[in-house]
Design a protein around this ligand. Structure first.
Ligand SMILES: Cc1cc2nc3c(=O)[nH]c(=O)nc-3n(C[C@H](O)[C@H](O)[C@H](O)COP(=O)(O)OP(=O)(O)OC[C@H]3O[C@@H](n4cnc5c(N)ncnc54)[C@H](O)[C@@H]3O)c2cc1C
Length: 162
């Protein structure tokens, strides 16, 4: 049988699947060609963080793109869940950095400064605040002296690809 399509997407990772979904939504007959298993390569290995604040070393176009993408992520995952019934486990409860040394504290303080100046949310947490399970989990071997939390978005990339 001969199959035709308007667009052939090569690679069934999270990116290929997301592109194919969007194309199909817009009316293009789309085929995904995957040499192995859908979502089994880098998509499966990903830690699942949508973390432009964590992965930027300073303000700029890449950070703006990442933040803009993050702002659209909740709606995207909700649409995926509605269409597929698969919960991609998206959460927005922040990323924690544990500062174990004075040098770590300086690095994180500098990061907090430029992120706040860029209008991003960064929170400093004292090491003594271990009342909640979330906070205690931020400690590293009981030695963490300071922590900062930027907004994190977490998802299962494999779930998104499914
Ligand atoms: C250890 C690790 C941790 C990561 N953690 C994060 C994280 O926390 N947050 C984050 O955002 N990103 C993270 N990433 C990056 C993220 O996993 C990738 O950016 C993302 O999965 C890329 O998706 P992709 O669809 O482009 O690639 P892939 O998931 O690798 O998909 C590409 C697909 O193309 C297929 N393919 C390749 N060549 C062909 C061919 N010729 N014909 C047919 N099929 C082909 C492959 O089999 C594969 O399935 C992490 C990556 C790694 C390795």
């Amino acid at each position: 049988m001969r199959r035709t399509a308007d667009v052939v997407v090569v690679g069934g990772g999270v990116i290929g699947c997301a592109v194919a979904r969007e194309l199909a939504r817009r009316g293009a007959r789309t085929i995904v060609v995957e040499r192995g298993e859908v979502g089994a390569e880098a998509t499966r290995a990903a830690a699942g963080m949508v973390a432009p604040q964590a992965e930027s070393s300073g303000p700029g176009p890449l950070l703006r793109l990442g933040i803009a993408s993050r702002e659209r992520y909740a709606a995207w995952t909700e649409a995926l869940a509605a269409e597929s019934g698969v919960d991609v486990e998206y959460r927005t409860d922040g990323i924690v950095y544990a500062a174990l040394t004075a040098a770590d504290v300086r690095v994180l303080a500098a990061r907090a400064r430029w992120q706040r100046a860029a209008g991003l949310r960064v929170e400093r947490l004292a090491s003594t605040t271990s009342a909640s399970p979330r906070r205690s989990s931020w400690r590293h071997g009981g030695r963490a002296s300071r922590c900062w939390s930027g907004r994190r978005s977490r998802r299962s990339a494999r779930g998104a690809a499914r």
